[in-house]
Design a protein around this ligand. Sequence first.
Ligand SMILES: [Zn+2]
Length: 61
Amino acid sequence: MREQSCCSVCSKRTSKGIYVLNVFLCHECEQEMVNTPVEDPKYQFFVDQMSKAHHQSMIVS
Ligand SMILES: [Zn+2]
């Protein structure tokens, strides 16, 4: 059984996802992000969530 991680965007715990810049994204959020145009405000939301989570991981480590 794979270890579960908490998605940085939707906070869901799942083993299905990827790490981007040490930030975990679940499969659903990853798919949503790749299908969101850069000019969409939602894309900025993803970027914000990820940079926040990345910043936190820098403080922890
Ligand atoms: Zn997610």
